[in-house]
Ligand binder design. Structure first.
Ligand code: MEV
Length: 322
């Protein structure tokens, strides 16, 4: 895979991601298609004089992150003591809303810290280290979020086993005819974390395996169809697949009643929309990916529901310098 990651920079940025389809099913080894979104998170590291007691300098908000990231970097680099430094985080990514903010911050932090320590790391290994951080934050992640954010553009992802993950760049970009008509609606930060939602599905699988097995089979079929549809720029089929994919996600309880209502409104107006990422059970579900051939229709619905929305370029560069 490509590597535009500069191995010396002390300023690193990463994009966020959306699942075009395949979230939750991807945890169970089914394929997913994800693309990067041009909202970026940047970490700048400033080396400090060695006389400084570094523990006083870490922003309390970053303390938890530091406690996850530094051990991962120390084990990989075989360096026990990290010299004093300060980091600054700037982000355009809404937190905990299905856009992979945790993977973006972990990727930037690990990369910048390795650069600071002058420890070499290829992009695949780096992605593996970010996955270690994701495991701490999310319990049993598929690894799709971090792979998309690190490698960038649009990817086909499938976790074959704990040690083998298929990460393939889509051999074509998302056609502009489709990409230009997406709107991301922010329904707000869900009460449940990604970890909670992944556990909810696991619990359902244990109690009602038939429901989850049907979900997995359907989602795999739809994701495979989506690949052809993207290539053929087939808008009608695209809308059908996103609608069906969303219904299928609803069948495992990852979309709250209030967001289902919003999505039905968009469908009624001729569009399609889906939760994006882990979703939410009670109220907000984070970002909803909405599509309509006339974007104004979605803007109108979002406004009527008092929700913020935005557009952003898709399929952008992954982890990079600056
Ligand atoms: C979270 O963005 C997507 C999930 O499929 C979890 C994962 O892939 O690790 C719900």
């Amino acid at each position: 895979m490509m590597n535009k990651f500069a191995p010396t920079a002390l300023k690193i940025s990463a994009p966020c991601k959306v699942h075009l389809l395949g979230e939750h099913a991807v945890v169970y080894g089914k394929p997913a298609i994800l693309t990067t979104v041009n909202l970026r998170l940047t970490i700048t590291l400033e080396p400090l004089p060695s006389s400084i007691a570094r523990d006083d300098l870490i922003d309390p908000d970053l303390e938890k992150l530091k406690q996850v990231i530094e051990p991962i970097v120390k084990i990989y680099s075989k360096i026990n003591k990290i010299p004093p430094y300060k980091i600054k985080v700037e982000s355009q990514i809404p937190i905990g809303s299905g856009l992979g903010s945790s993977a973006a911050i972990s990727a930037c932090y690990i990369a910048v810290l390795l650069n600071f320590l002058k420890v070499k790391c290829d992009i695949n290994t780096l992605n593996g280290l970010v996955y270690e951080a994701e495991k701490v934050f999310h319990g049993n992640p598929s690894g799709a979020d971090n792979a998309t954010i690190v490698f960038g553009e649009s990817i086909w992802y499938r976790k074959e086993s704990a040690d083998l993950k298929l990460i393939h760049l889509l051999p074509f970009s998302i056609p502009s005819k489709l990409a230009d008509n997406f709107i991301l609606i922010n329904t707000g930060k869900p009460q449940e974390t990604t970890k909670d939602m992944v556990l909810l599905v696991k619990d359902l699988y244990e109690k009602k395996p038939k429901i989850v097995n049907a979900f997995l089979e359907n989602q795999e079929r739809l994701v495979r169809n989506l690949l052809d549809v993207l290539k053929n720029e087939d808008e009608k089929e695209f809308i059908r697949i996103i609608r069906e994919g969303e219904k299928n996600l609803e069948s495992i309880g990852v979309c709250s009643p209030q967001v289902k209502k919003l999505i039905r409104e968009i469908e009624k107006a001729g569009g399609a929309a889906k939760i994006c990422g882990a979703g939410g059970k009670t109220k907000a579900t984070g970002i909803v990916l909405a599509y309509h051939k006339d974007k104004k229709m979605i803007e109108k619905i979002a406004k009527e529901n008092g929700l913020n929305y935005f557009t952003a370029a898709l399929g952008v560069e992954g982890l990079r310098q600056g």
